[in-house]
Design a protein around this ligand. Structure first.
Ligand SMILES: [Zn+2]
Length: 288
């Protein structure tokens, strides 16, 4: 599943690939992929719209178009946004899971592929706000990496305020998109390991220093993920395969039974709120 770094990678790829280009026509091959408005209006509204820039809020991709409208995308489990046909005279290849096809003015195509059809696209007309079109955007918590639009990112102080009084496991609090937006399972496990915090400790029970470390490490692992994602970009925008890159350098995620890279103890796994959590029982003490 694409996490924040993969989505950020897609956004950067889009900005590099489609700036200045425009949509000529839209073809929807799977109606479920369009969340708003109805398919006919979606296609009609996007025709001839010029791309301005793409950005991200949590795992939502917002592609601003001229005149104040936007194309919004959530990749969910298996969605991909790919620019095809950038070189040569060859007609762009069409994947098996192509759901929505945007014909571009440059002759290229922007493909929305989605094997499992959980991903969604929205068109935001200029007279509506993002939150009116996609209400769950309004519920998103702190954007962990500093972005101009959303304050200074995640700090220890902010994390402490968000987790204050919470008795749920710190791991599940990290995954709560209403508290911190965009942190998924892999990056939560990695950040907790690097901070020496056991995933089952109560979110509200950490010491000031631990909140500071954890906030810093959440930002560090996300940034590392973005950096390894960027290296796989060529002339297309990739929303998959980047997890794989990061996993190869993971400390604990997916390493159950393997030796801890710090102390050689076997990495353990527990289920927390239905998700597998990987940790080192020695480096991450249940209570400090
Ligand atoms: Zn260890």
């Amino acid at each position: 599943m694409p996490e924040l770094p993969e989505v950020e990678t897609v956004v950067r790829g889009l900005n590099a690939a489609i700036g200045g280009d425009h949509i000529v026509s839209v073809k929807v091959l799977r109606e479920d992929s369009v969340a708003f408005p109805d398919v006919a209006l979606f296609c009609r509204s996007l025709g001839q719209k010029k791309f301005l820039q793409a950005w991200r809020r949590g795992k939502y991709i917002v592609i601003e178009l001229e005149g104040g409208s936007s194309l919004i995308c959530h990749l969910r489990m298996s969605g991909r946004l790919i620019v095809k046909g950038s070189t040569g005279r060859k007609r762009a290849e069409r994947g098996r899971f192509l759901r929505v096809l945007f014909q571009l003015g440059s002759g290229r195509e922007l493909h929305f592929e989605d094997m499992r059809v959980f991903g969604r696209l929205w068109f935001k007309p200029d007279h509506l706000t993002l939150e009116e079109v996609v209400p769950s955007i309004a519920e998103l918590g702190v954007e962990p990496l500093a972005q101009d639009n959303f304050g200074g990112g995640l700090s220890g102080k902010l994390l402490q305020e968000l987790f204050d009084g919470k008795s749920q496991a710190v791991k599940s609090a990290l995954l709560d998109q209403r508290l911190v937006a965009g942190v998924g399972n892999i990056y939560a496990d990695e950040a907790l390991f690097l901070s020496g915090v056991h995933p089952q400790r109560k979110a509200g029970s950490l010491k000031k220093k631990e909140y500071e470390k954890l906030a810093e490490n959440v930002r560090a692992v996300l940034t590392m993920g973005i950096e390894s994602g960027g290296s796989t970009l060529r002339d297309y925008v990739n929303a998959e395969g980047v997890n794989g890159n990061y996993q190869n350098q993971a400390y604990v995620y997916g390493r159950t039974g393997s030796p801890c890279l710090h102390c050689q103890s076997a990495i353990a796994r527990v289920k927390i709120a239905g998700r597998s959590s990987h940790f080192c029982p020695r480096c991450q003490k249940a209570q400090n």
